[in-house]
Ligand binder design. Sequence first.
Ligand code: ADP
Ligand code: MG
Length: 636
Amino acid sequence: MSTKTTTGKINVQTENIFPIIKKFLYSDNEIFLRELVSNATDATQKLKALTSMGEAKGELGDLKIEVVIDKDAKTITIKDKGLGMTKDEIEKYITQIAFSGAEEFVQKYQDKVDKNVVIGHFGLGFYSAFMVAQKVEIFSLSYKEGSKAVRWECDGSPEYQIEEIDSKTERGTNIVLHVAEDSLEFLETQKIEGLLKKYCKFLPVEIVFGTKKEWIPNGEKDEKGIEKETEIDVENIINNPNPAWIRKPIDLKDEDYKAFYRELYPMQFEEPLFHIHLNVDYPFNLTGILYFPKLSNKFEAPKDRIQLYSNQVFVTDNVENIVPDFLTMLRGVIDSPDIPLNVSRSYLQADSNVKKISAHITKKVADKLDELFKKDRPDFETKWDDIKIFVQYGLISDEKFYEKASKFTLLKNTEGKAFTFDEYDAHVKANQTDKDNKLVFLYATNVDEQHTYIDAAKSRGYDVLLMDSPLDAHLINSLESKLTNTQFVRVDSDTVEKLIKKDDGQVSKLTEDEQTKLKPVIEGVVAKEKYSVQFESLSETDSPMLITRPEFMRRMKDMQAMGGGGGMNFYGSMPDMYNLVVNSNHPLISKILAETDATKQSQLAKQAADLALLAQGLLKGEELTKFVKRSVEMIN
Ligand code: ADP
Ligand code: MG
């Protein structure tokens, strides 16, 4: 027997809100399920809270939420055994759009209830149902004593119907979605299971979706005494209501963190290097676990990303503007009800809570690395190659991070020995300070290609750093502006004498006149626009000629290759320039000068220049073939 049916109008300003909701409210229609299951969770959590406060009497019973698909009836039903709604409450909470019942609940019980218990605070979640349903029914029975069950129905127009019914005898709410013709995909079991796993995987109330097969011992034993098992149907529980990040760090072991990592990223087979457990409740709420994955020495768009939750409801795995850029390479979970989720990304950046959260995460990450560094330096050094790309990114992009990280950032030399900035400073100070009192850090980017130069530097007792990561070019620029009185110079950017300028050098064996005479001869055997011929007084045991590439030139080229910003294109289009350094103290150079036969003279010069090109890998193709032929002839 049902009593009178009332019709009413949904209290919104525009006549037809549904097309608007469908189009603009949420970009993804699939989030309807997240919203409705969140509401069911809220209703359950509220009932628990009321019971513990003594405001709700009666047994709580089994509180699981159930999601059921009926393909024939084309419905999806979300059932909860939460606090339910009376007729008045439905009219108030459901039909007054944007009047959020959750907000009111929190206000009323402000001091008694943890606000985080309540997920909803957008106030529009329920209406996302109309993104996939052409009609929605609510069946609800309130926990309040003497309540009558109600049925509410709305077909997407601003009109709705509401009536008291007798058929619902169990406390709680069933939301029935009559799926629209254009959304029938949501009647597929796999689709719904996928969505539940995506959005509801860590909701605090158990969610049942159908059944699954499981083998359990049936009490009998076979002839060998082994327990027999029978296959039975068990409830298919979608979620883990008690995920690691909401538990206390003290209750968790390393294995638990690793197990949770696998739970988050079932397709990740590599273990994380280490983790950080975040737990703040003032001045903002934040929990979560961040993992450091092994990062390869290159940039790639991460596919397993940090997941953002709001009270255990999955929101997104795009944490841009919420965690600092350099940390988006990490993995794990961040859960904060204080991140405004219903605003645009660009607005997020300006939000003061978000700023604080971002700063907090940066600090925690830096502190953790510092702790690892101090606790076990050898272990930190072995992990360094896996984390350096992200530490370097942080150093370059985040002042606050730099302040802390500059204490534990490592520089490695070509022998693989690691130093902090301070240690390195002390290590090279005595031998690598130039005449202007500037400290020169020599570095190579490729041990094989720059071998000759590294060797020459080492023979002088210099130390050479290996800077071969894709970020090193940027890092060098950034460090030069931060480290006082320190300059980075690549080993092959000048002759070893001049890498670190100490005094005014040796006296040249060639006079100015002799140099002027010899210069055009040498210029005649190399591409003039590419190589600029210069005389230098090196030692007799150094090469007769040698190619260097000025540091500034190489940096510009590097920046351009890294895709350095607009202005850099100017340098990028500049031709490559090298120095062809002629060692005026080398006997061969004197020999070339003394040669009276012009052909022979130029042949000798050509041979010496080609040798220099060869050492830098610049002699190629036809020129290389000619060189080999010429050399054979000379030997003969
Ligand atoms: P919000 O969750 O942000 O409050 P919604 O539009 O999702 O906004 O829901 C509006 C209100 O309707 C809720 O605050 C709650 O009072 C009520 N409500 C929705 N679903 C349920 C449910 N399953 N059980 C009890 N109350 C519900
Ligand atoms: Mg809601």
